[in-house]
Design a protein around this ligand. Sequence first.
Ligand SMILES: *Cc1c(COP(=O)(O)O)cnc(C)c1O
Length: 371
Amino acid sequence: MTASFIPPRRTLMGPGPSDVPQRILDAMARPTIGHLDPAFVELMEQIKSMLRMAFRTENALTFPVSAPGSAGMEMCFVNLVEPGDKVIVCRNGVFGGRMLENVKRTGGVPVVVDDAWGAAVDPNKVREAFQSNPDAKVLAFVHAETSTGAQSDAATLAKITQDHGALTIMDCVTSLGGTPVLLDAWGIDAAYSGSQKCLSCTPGLSPVSFSERAIAKIQSRKTPVQSWFLDLNLVLGYWQSAGKRTYHHTAPVNPMYGLHESLVMLEEEGLENAWARHRAMHEKLKAGLEALGLRYVVDEAARLPQLNSIHVPEGVDEAAIRTKLLIEFNLEIGAGLGDMAGKIWRIGLMGYSAKQENVDYCLKALKACLP
Ligand SMILES: *Cc1c(COP(=O)(O)O)cnc(C)c1O
C-alpha cells in the first residue's frame, strides 16, 4: 500500500512558491463548504475587497482566477486581444517571451520591444514602437521580471500607452505585495498576479484586475473569446455581485480560504510596511552576499528586493551547490532560466520568506557550501 505523502520541511527562497505561514495552512484545513453557499459568497466579496487594497485600485472587476498566474496572463490576452489587433510586447526575460506567445496564439500582431536580460524595459524604445505603430491597441510588459530580478518603470510605460490611446496589460505576479503596485495611480488596464509569491499563499490562484476601459473593449469585441474557461463575459456572471451568482465552475474552496488569510495578514501588517520589510531584508541579504564576494546581475536602480539574482562564481558547479543547499540545509534557491541557465542563482525574499531568520540562514548555508 502507498503511504500518505509527508513533504520535507524546506525553507523556500527561490522564485516562488515562498514559505507559507502555518496560519494560512491552518485556514486551508477548515471544513469545505459549497462554492455557492452564502458563507462562501461572503468570503469571495471580502477577497475581492482586500485584493483592491493590495492592487491599490477601485476596479470593480478584481478577483482571483481559479488557476495559477499563467492562467491570469492568458485571461488578459484572450479577452483584450482580438485577431488582427496590434500589440506591443516588451521582452526582457522569460515572462515577456510568454506574453509574446500569448499574443501570437490569440491571433494578435506582435511588435516586439527587446531589452537585454537583466535590464529594465527601456521606455524610449516603447515610445518609438508606438510612433512607428500608431495603430497599436495594447502594450504588454512584465513589471517584475522574475527570471532576471529586474523591475521596470510601470508608471512611465502606462503613461506612454495612454498618450497613444492604447490599453496596458501588466504582469505583476512577483511585485504584488512586495514592491509598490499602484494600478489606479499608474492607469493600468489589466493586471494579473499569483498567490504563491509575495502573498505567501499556496500556488494555484491568480488575482486579476480590469479597468472600465478594459471591460468596454471586451464588451465591444467582434469575435467571441476563444477560451471558454477564461472568457470574462462568462466568469463575470459568477463573480459579479452577491445574490445572483450562477454556476460557472467549482471554485477551489479551500485555497480561497488560504488566499483570504494571506490578505488578512497583509492588511494587518499594512501594505506599505510589507513593501518596507521586503526592502529592508533585501538590504541585509545584499550586504551578506557581497561580503561573500557574490555579484548582482541587475543594476542597483532596477533591482527587485524580492528576487536577488547573482552571478555564479567562475568555475563553480551551480547545480551541485543548489543540490547541497537542498539536501544538507533544506534550503531551496532558484536556478537561472533560458539564456541565464547555469550562469546565475535567484534568491527569493518573497512574502513570509522575507524575514531576518531566512536571510541569516541563507547566508550561513551559502557560506558553508561555496568552495
Ligand atoms: C511565477 C510567474 C508567472 C507564472 O505564474 P504561475 O503561477 O507559475 O503560473 C508569471 N509571471 C511572472 C513574472 C512570474 O514570476
